[in-house]
Design a protein around this ligand. Structure first.
Ligand code: NAP
Length: 228
């Protein structure tokens, strides 16, 4: 761990990668806010972790819900923008329903953007913060844009661009903003993948707890900086 324990908020923390990240941050001594659009799911996940874990209802696609959830969460030092949907696997760029594209961007891009807008300015004022955007190889020009899930792919390309812009805006403030490609991870989204959520979480948590001289505005894969 590169930093002392602080308050970390993970979106989509009721299952999959988000739950594994929240669990690991908690095990490392952080106060963890498990944010999930399903309030019961958030509370149950937090209760399973015990002390210093709270569950809040937070739908990243709903501005009112984000405002309420963050008010309940209090000060956030570490933000993991993990909530995501993949609605168009097997589609094509010419055939995909643009309503699916809109819904995907609403969560994967605007959701992360919305929560970042609400949290990052206070991190800058306090002079310390870590933001990790859970991206994907499908959002990487270097790794291979994925035309078989065009909405998802474009949403992650955009999330990567947002990462670079937030990092530029916060440069020198003590806030580090990075994106991570966790690889294929066995969750509801990818039930056939080999890598466990716990294994992916180790890399995400390292990115979320970078030391003060750690990188900002980079794309990480297995702890290494890779091309966008
Ligand atoms: N699995 C992979 O191979 C893989 C690879 C690369 C990147 N990723 C990324 O990793 C992240 C986590 O995915 P996962 O694999 O753990 O998938 P998952 O098991 O399907 O979990 C997705 C999480 O996002 C939440 N979510 C969806 N829409 C939301 C919204 N509007 N507001 C708040 N939460 C919302 C879900 O909540 P509900 O339970 O209420 O639906 C769930 O908690 C995503 O950003 C995904 O794109 C996954």
């Amino acid at each position: 761990m590169g930093t002392p324990p602080r308050t970390a908020l993970v979106t989509g923390a009721n299952r999959g990668i988000g739950l594994a990240v929240a669990t690991l941050l908690h095990a490392h001594g952080h106060r963890v806010v498990l944010a999930a659009r399903d309030e019961d799911g958030a509370h149950k996940a937090a209760a399973a972790l015990g002390e210093d874990a709270v569950g809040v209802a937070l739908d990243v696609a709903d501005p009112d819900s984000v405002e309420r959830g963050l008010r309940e969460a209090g000060e956030v030092d570490v933000l993991v923008n993990n909530a995501g949907v993949q609605l168009d696997w097997g589609a094509s760029p010419t055939g995909v329903d643009l309503e699916l594209v809109r819904r995907t961007l609403e969560v994967n891009l605007l959701g992360s953007w919305r929560v970042s807008q609400a949290v990052v300015p206070a991190m800058v004022r306090r002079g310390w913060g870590r933001v990790v955007n859970v991206s994907s190889g499908t959002g990487s020009f270097a790794f291979g844009i994925a035309e078989m899930c065009p909405a998802y792919s474009v949403s992650k390309v955009s999330l990567n661009a947002l990462t670079v812009m937030l990092a530029k805006e916060t440069a020198g403030t003590g806030v580090l903003v990075n994106a991570i490609n966790p690889g294929m991870v066995r969750t509801r989204m990818r039930p056939d993948a080999e890598q466990s959520a716990e294994s992916a979480a180790e890399h995400i948590v390292r990115a979320a707890t970078l030391p003060d001289d750690g990188p900002s505005g980079v794309f990480l894969r297995r702890d290494a900086v890779v091309d966008w």
